[in-house]
Write a protein that binds this ligand. Structure first.
Ligand code: NAD
Length: 470
């Protein structure tokens, strides 16, 4: 018998009872207990099905993200669907290797005990995702959960309702619905899910909600991954090619209209090259958007009016000088460069999460490092330099989730690197094997042979004091 399809639409009143959440969790748990998700071939089949869904429903997902975020096709292809297809495919190919029990090198008597580390699936897990990259940030953790042999509920963000509804419609046609469910709804729905015990919670979003989720998880001692955001700085060496730095930074800031956890948030720029940097930004802006960003299909929009309001207030309140952009048309807000921004400016308080880029002039690398050290650890630190000492100082004297030299975002292009934050930018890791590891318990095992008894004789009472001394 097929399990029921749960498709709870954010705007509908169909989610009314906490017992729905319980029922879904119980269905998934029963599947996990039956061992359905354990065979590697089963996991591989599910991963292939996830790839098939992304391929067959690509146009539907693209249309959904057009409606919800005005996301350009290239960004949907490269940053969302394409990346999910690539990572699910590679995970499907590599999961058999990842899931193999490990036999650590052990010497002496214990070597005979067959010491083994089994890769056990954690169980039934909850994945809560945000709106800005809704496909990859919902499905990437799911890839890892499937690969690890877990059952999962995914709860997409209510701020991308078209996508969330489509996912809830499509996923059950591709994946085993007794093991994977989409639950849609607002914060209240997430709260109901959080009232239940899960074997892992994987949350991507902002720090305020992360604290609510971590408190709920603590009730059940549930392990967590928190993929959060923060203000990712860019440091520039005045010897670096300013034209190229401006091009790569502007591209990074314009993706998804700056609504990315790894967006360059502000620039720490040597005072002597600020004017050159600003003019390079203007030049590249004109090349990227000859008709202006507000008219371009290659530039996305802000997710909702509340965020437009927040961002336009920042532009209004800054004490810096706006040297590019500053205008908006409905939910489209121009890439906006602000120079001579100083400590205490509203642009330097919270994560900007939009297409505004403040430039903070500094007099030395020491100044830049001091500025970074005085703030919460960012998700990424970007630096443009060819100088190994410059790189070394940033690696050794700052902390951040990741560090990328001479480009933006490309740390995410390498599937074999872990992605995660530190401190205020979160904890835990994801991408490919790292997501598999997140949803995997390392279960240690020994098998003590009968023949070891002679070596153990001295542990049994009555204790022979002489033997203990020896
Ligand atoms: P959001 O508002 O969509 O919230 C994320 C999820 O939390 C949603 O599913 C939402 O329903 C749920 N939620 C909201 N309030 C809740 C509550 N009170 N209780 C339980 N669940 C609740 O997304 P957001 O927080 O605006 O996302 C933007 C933030 O996410 C930024 O700070 C960004 O840097 C960060 N982010 C981090 C990563 C990463 O991988 N590190 C990726 C993308 C975004």
């Amino acid at each position: 018998m097929k399990s029921p399809r749960y498709c709870l639409i954010p705007t509908s009143s169909s989610w009314t009872s906490p017992s729905d959440a319980l029922q879904i969790r119980e269905t998934l748990r029963a599947t996990f207990k039956k061992g359905t998700t354990r065979p590697i071939e089963w996991r591989q089949r599910q991963l292939k099905q996830l790839v098939k869904m992304c391929q067959e429903k690509y146009e539907d997902f693209y249309e959904a993200l057009q409606i919800d975020l005005g996301k350009p096709r290239v960004e949907v292809l490269l940053g969302e669907v394409g990346a999910v297809i690539a990572r699910a495919t590679k995970s499907e190919q590599q999961v058999a290797e990842w899931a193999k029990p490990e036999h650590p090198e052990v010497h002496g008597e214990h070597a005979k005990w067959n010491p083994t580390v089994h890769k056990a699936p954690r169980g039934t897990v909850l994945i809560i995702s945000p709106w800005n990259y809704p496909i990859i940030l919902t499905l990437q953790p799911l890839i890892g959960a499937i690969a690890a042999g877990c059952c999962a509920v995914v709860k997409p963000s209510e701020h991308v309702p078209t996508f969330a509804q489509k996912l809830a419609l499509f996923l059950p046609d591709y994946l085993d619905r007794s093991a994977y469910q989409v639950v849609n709804g607002e914060a209240g729905v997430a709260q109901k899910l959080l009232g239940l015990q899960w074997d892992h919670i994987f949350y991507t979003g902002g720090g305020r909600v992360a604290r609510i989720i971590a408190r709920a998880a603590a009730e059940h001692l549930t392990p967590m991954t928190l993929e959060l955001g923060g203000k990712s700085p860019v440091v520039i060496d005045d010897k670096y090619d300013v034209e190229l730095a401006a091009k790569r930074i502007l591209w990074g800031k314009c993706n998804n209209a700056g609504q990315i956890c790894v967006a360059p948030d502000y620039i720490l720029c040597p005072r002597n090259i600020q004017a050159k940097l600003v003019s390079a930004f203007s030049e590249h802006y004109r090349k990227f958007f000859p008709e202006g960003a507000l008219k371009s299909d290659d530039f996305g929009k802000i997710v909702n009016d509340a965020h437009v309001e927040r961002l336009t207030s920042l532009i209004k309140d800054t004490k810096g000088t706006i040297v590019l952009g500053g205008n908006h048309d409905g939910r489209k807000l121009e890439p906006t460069i602000v120079q001579d921004v100083e400590e205490g400016d509203p642009l330097l308080e919270d994560e900007i999460f939009g297409p505004i880029l403040p430039i903070v002039p500094v007099d030395s690398l020491d100044d830049a490092i001091r500025f970074i050290q005085a703030r919460p650890h960012p998700l990424v630190l970007y630096a443009f330099t060819d100088n190994d000492d410059f790189k070394g100082r940033l690696i050794n004297e700052t902390q951040s989730g990741g560090i990328a030299f001479n480009d933006t975002f490309q740390q995410l292009a390498v599937n074999e690197l872990p992605f995660g934050g530190v401190g205020e930018s979160g904890y835990g890791y994801q991408i490919m094997k790292y997501t598999f590891d997140t949803f995997t318990q390392l279960r240690s095992a020994v098998d003590v042979p009968k023949g070891s008894e002679t070596d153990m004789e001295r542990r049994y009472p009555p204790h022979n004091k002489e033997a203990i001394k020896a």
